[in-house]
Design a protein around this ligand. Structure first.
Ligand SMILES: [Zn+2]
Length: 388
């Protein structure tokens, strides 16, 4: 008896979260929801009634219908709950607030440039989060949690930033425990690339995709992989280290211990060093892309080379996971036309399933407040994606 009661409560909760996770991306009518979920119209109506009562769903206007009654569309109420996003990067730290639809409400820089250890930094962060919550005048009871994104490697299960290179202040800091002590909210930590992959899945170029990799190429190379619409983490949360997969087993020694890691060739500083670009007065991807665009043959060759490096790793990942798309992000997204063309050519001629389907090579489409929306997405993912 007890087992049955628990099961029906579980199913009810699962169906509720499933409906929420569908309509948060696009408003649908009750009939469309029934078709999409396979639930009966009666079951849908009951759940929707409850969600409206809880303030999570609103009826958002009337749709088009040629005959008969026009359908009423159901949408998520963006102001029912909010999330705090905190992004700690090497060069800056920002915190902000995002509503339930993933829309940026307010953000500000957190000035930790002049502090010398993580204890002091956490005090500054605590004040910044409290201040921004006060400034928005949102009821503190409406916050679902605090999502933190930081450079990897991190231990997302225990909430610890481990030992990212060039990030000494934060080594082995359990930031989740520290922030949790100070706020009555759930707190979660993910690495930057994983957080951005969640944001792209829900609000960006990954909408509608179930299998894709988000590849961040800037001072390092990070990746977040979505399989069957969920973030792939591996057994301990260290999965998706595509930057440390080898593209040459006799290659350059990497700090991680492996040889020929993608990052040692294709991160922007590695590319500039290995192609001796400083001798030509070139210090950034921006300069490479600008010169290539104006017809500079050498810079076009540099982009070809970068495409070769990246596609070697991307083809491996696609052949293992059969992804439908790769989304590029980071500095490399500046004037990416030529790079994307070269990547597409290399990849479409080499992946094993090329005769069955093509792989989309896209660029990240979240332009503004990407760090805040990504960090907030970590909490949204926990809230909306009930484990079935
Ligand atoms: Zn490595």
């Amino acid at each position: 008896m007890e087992r049955k009661a628990r099961n029906s409560a579980y199913m009810k909760q699962a169906n509720r979260q499933r409906i929420l996770s569908i309509i948060r991306k696009k408003p649908l009518s009750r009939a469309e929801l029934a078709r999409e979920t396979g639930l009966t119209r009666a079951a849908i109506s009951l759940i929707i009634e409850e969600l409206i009562k809880d303030g999570l769903v609103t009826e958002s206007g009337v749709g088009e219908a040629e005959f008969g009654r026009k359908p009423v569309y159901l949408a998520i109420n963006p102001d029912r709950f909010y999330v705090v996003g905190l992004n700690i990067a090497r060069d800056r730290c920002v915190c902000g607030i995002v509503n339930l639809k993933g829309e940026h409400v307010l953000s500000e820089e957190v000035h930790i440039e002049n502090v010398y250890n993580s204890e002091e930094a956490i005090i500054v962060i605590e004040k910044a989060i409290s201040d921004i919550i006060k400034r928005t005048e949102i009821d503190p009871g409406k916050f679902l949690g605090i999502g933190i994104s930081a450079p990897g490697p991190i231990d997302s299960i225990n909430g610890t930033i481990l030992n990212p290179p060039n990030f000494p202040m934060w080594h082995n800091v359990n930031i989740v425990r520290e922030i949790k002590k100070r706020f009555p909210y759930d707190v979660y930590l993910e690495n930057n690339a994983n957080a951005l992959a969640l944001a792209e899945r829900d609000y960006g170029a990954g909408i509608g995709l179930k299998y894709f990799m988000l590849l961040v190429v800037d001072t390092g190379i990070g990746a977040g992989i979505i399989t069957d619409s969920r973030l792939y983490r591996g057994i301990g949360g260290f999965g998706s280290e595509v930057g440390h997969t080898s593209i040459d087993f006799n290659g350059l020694k990497c700090d991680c211990g492996n040889k020929g890691c993608l990052e040692t060739y294709a991160s922007i500083p590695s590319l500039i060093r290995n192609m001796k670009l400083r001798e030509y007065g070139i210090n950034s991807w921006r300069e490479i892309a600008d010169r290539a665009e104006t017809g500079d043959k050498f810079c076009q060759e540099v982009i070809d080379r970068e495409a070769l490096y990246l596609s070697a790793a991307i083809i491996n990942v696609i052949n293992i996971l059969e992804l439908e798309a790769v989304i590029l992000a980071g500095y490399i997204n500046y004037r990416p036309g030529l790079l994307l063309r070269r990547l597409r050519e290399n990849i479409e001629n080499s992946v094993i399933n090329r005769n069955a389907r093509s792989v989309n090579i896209l660029n990240s489409s979240i332009r503004e407040h990407a760090e805040i929306i990504s960090a907030a997405s970590i909490v949204m993912d926990k809230y909306f994606n009930f484990s079935f």
